[in-house]
Write a protein that binds this ligand. Structure first.
Ligand code: PEP
Length: 257
């Protein structure tokens, strides 16, 4: 982490877990475990129907609420879609785009990721843009090319000012939900590379200010080592964000770095 230039972000991704009726207990359990003086931003990216109840439950905890996807459309006849304007109206501050599960199960392309990120920016919501290679791509030694292509695709048509309002999450697909974490060296190597791609595309200022998170089986045990890496500015956390005790250990680790 480099707190001089970037605010650490610890973002939970609840995926399709939890119920409205469980959110108050979650927040009540989390509250006493949060550090008093916090140098990092804590976020919970939750399913759409839970947004209202999580916003209410975390009031006063300095925990921002995020969504997990957004429509590329503004409004109209798009049954099942949720617009960036609707999310902003609710008080959503962050939104994940291009998560590997959406890319794999819903065929989400880099062009759609880019369109979604732009819609979010129009409404003042910070896109958390996920990129990352599969195990096959890592073994073929094309991780950097792949991730670079995803980053360029996501930022297509954006200027430096837009990019400085985004967050990248490097999530090796083979490490998500598998219990296999990238080593700190592997994660740092790719996060540093991503910053280099942004430096070449834009400028040093943009690269320096862009938060790059690591995601993939980050947990209470391995968070401190990953967060100690100079180009890892936080985490996108799935499984461990469902347990207040584990999630708070990660938030505390970011605070101590
Ligand atoms: C994720 O969902 O983005 C994620 C990283 O999940 P997990 O922490 O469970 O691997």
């Amino acid at each position: 982490m480099n707190k001089k230039y970037r605010k650490p972000i610890i973002a939970g991704n609840w995926k399709m877990n939890m119920l409205c009726s469980q959110t108050k207990d979650f927040a009540d359990e989390l509250k006493p475990l949060l550090p008093k003086n916090r140098s990092s931003e804590a976020v919970l990216c939750v399913p759409y129907p839970l947004i209202g109840s999580v916003l209410k439950a975390v009031k006063g905890l300095r925990v921002a609420v995020g969504a997990q996807d957004v429509s590329i459309y503004d409004k109209g006849a798009y049954t099942g879609e949720v617009s960036a304007e609707m999310l902003a109206d609710l008080g959503v501050k962050y939104c994940i785009v291009g998560h590997s599960e959406r890319r794999a199960y819903h065929g989400e392309t880099d062009a759609q990721v880019c369109a979604k990120a732009k819609k979010l920016l129009e409404h003042g919501i910070t896109p958390i843009i996920c990129v990352g290679e599969t195990l096959e791509q890592r073994e073929l030694d094309i991780t950097m090319e792949w991730v670079s292509m995803q980053v360029k695709g996501a930022f297509a048509g954006m200027d430096g000012a837009d990019v400085r309002k985004c967050v990248i999450a490097y999530e090796p697909v083979w490490a998500i939900g598998t219990g296999k974490t990238a080593t700190a060296e592997q994660a740092q190597e790719v996060c540093e590379y991503i910053r280099g791609v942004v430096r070449k595309l834009y400028d040093a200022r943009t690269a320096r200010s862009l938060p790059v998170l690591y995601g993939g089986s980050m947990n209470a045990k391995n968070a401190a080592e990953l967060l100690a890496c100079p180009d890892i500015d936080g985490g996108l956390i799935g499984g461990a964000s469902l347990k207040p005790a584990d999630f708070s250990v990660i938030i505390n680790a970011a605070n101590e770095e």
